[in-house]
Design a protein around this ligand. Structure first.
Ligand code: GUN
Length: 385
């Protein structure tokens, strides 16, 4: 594995104790790359028949969640395809012009396939890809494709719904909470799906949301969790990248979930389950297609059915009838007999958005900018509407 653009990160504050602990857990000391690194020295020329693949990450690989999981996918393909491929990564790349510079540098070093793994890279992927027609780009969670840009995501909302079922069975205050990251439809959909899951067990459940406007900021995530707890929330979900919410729950005697990665080890008492993404099936497909000359642009959205997301390690003290409900929903998602977004669904102003039995299509799902009934407040940006 070659690590591009290595430079000591001066802003050490960005790396939390959590991240460092997880890094140590990886058995590997990795420096976080400085975002706007100077051009790296030319890499050794790859063997002609090796496919060079680079991954660009928004947070450290030791985040324990989103990026950690992408990196597991990278390691899995490296292991699977052996010397047919050479993978590398740059971590902690902000969603700014730095991202474009990093991708251009990756291409300059001979990478033919680049995975850009955060939503906010979208415009920078488009710009770099337009100038680099021979490089294939894979953008996680974006919606803009091009001849050499494919987009992909997992149905994280299905994992959120399964976690919500557990939350609905475990909340004593009947108020659950979500620490939210960046206000885009994906995140709003996850918040709502978590609440719909909780209300499928107990329709009286209410929910509070605190936004931190970042994907990865353990101090802000912890602060947001504290304010939810102070507001009467006893079970929390999050759409941020670190285990800070879980750790805060552990300190305060509350309960919470891991997201994206298995976060059970960070808070063994608080942990109710982890909604874990497995990027490996998709990364395996992309590499197989590319090596076989079959790569095509498109939009890929895989869920429970494709083995891309699941709620794992449900806590022992969760009652059996709740575990059975999770198993039933999971089975329905797998065989297509159940969809999370099936009406009746109302927003929190009482407006019906899906009629009884109506199943949301992808257009509906990718445009969600409202809170479902029971969630307090307004989605940021819709306050005056
Ligand atoms: N970047 C870091 N985390 C996430 C996430 O959960 N979703 C998206 N779209 N981008 C991310």
């Amino acid at each position: 594995m070659q690590h591009l653009n290595k430079r000591t990160l001066l802003k050490t504050a960005a790396l939390s104790a959590i991240a460092l602990a997880a890094l140590a857990g990886c058995g590997k000391k990795e420096e976080a790359a400085a975002p706007a690194a100077a051009p790296a020295p030319a890499a050794a020329a790859p063997a002609a028949d090796k496919l060079k693949i680079a991954f660009m990450y928004v947070s450290p690989i030791g985040d324990g969640g989103w990026t950690f999981q992408h990196d597991l996918g990278r390691k899995a393909i490296q292991e699977k395809f052996g010397d047919k491929i050479e993978t590398s990564f740059v971590e902690s790349v902000p969603e700014s012009a730095d991202a474009e510079r990093v991708m251009r540098d990756m291409a300059g070093q001979g990478n033919q396939l680049i995975f850009a793994t955060s939503f906010g890279y979208q415009e920078f992927v488009q710009k770099a890809a337009a100038d680099l027609p021979d490089v294939k780009f894979e953008h996680a969670t974006g919606y803009k494709q091009a001849a050499n840009v494919a987009t992909y995501d997992t149905k994280t909302f299905e994992g959120a719904y399964l976690a919500g079922i557990v939350a609905g069975g475990m909340s004593k205050t009947k108020t659950v909470g979500v620490v939210a990251s960046v206000p885009i439809p994906e995140v709003v959909r996850n918040i709502n799906s978590f609440v719909l899951g909780a209300q499928s067990v107990d329709p009286s459940i209410k929910a509070k949301v605190v936004w931190v406007n970042e994907w990865f900021s353990p101090p802000k995530e912890a602060e947001a969790a504290t304010s939810l707890i102070n507001g009467g929330v006893d079970v929390m979900y999050q759409n941020t990248n670190s285990p800070a919410v879980l750790k805060t729950a552990e300190e305060r005697g509350m309960r919470a979930f891991g997201k994206d990665g298995d976060m059970s080890a960070f808070a063994p008492k608080a942990h109710l389950g982890s909604a874990v993404i497995d990027w490996t099936p998709y990364y395996t497909k992309v590499v197989t297609d590319t090596l076989g000359g079959q790569w095509q642009s498109g939009n890929f959205w895989w869920g429970v059915k494709e083995g891309a997301i699941d709620l794992l390690k449900i806590a022992d003290d969760v009652p059996q009838d709740i575990k059975d409900r999770v198993a039933k929903a999971r089975a329905g998602l797998k065989d297509g007999s159940f969809a999370v977004w099936t009406g009746p669904v109302k927003d929190n102003t009482g407006k019906e958005l899906l009629g009884a039995g109506q199943v949301a299509d992808d257009k509906f799902l990718t445009g969600i900018n409202f809170y479902v009934a029971g969630v307090e407040g307004k989605v940021p940006g819709t306050e005056g509407k």
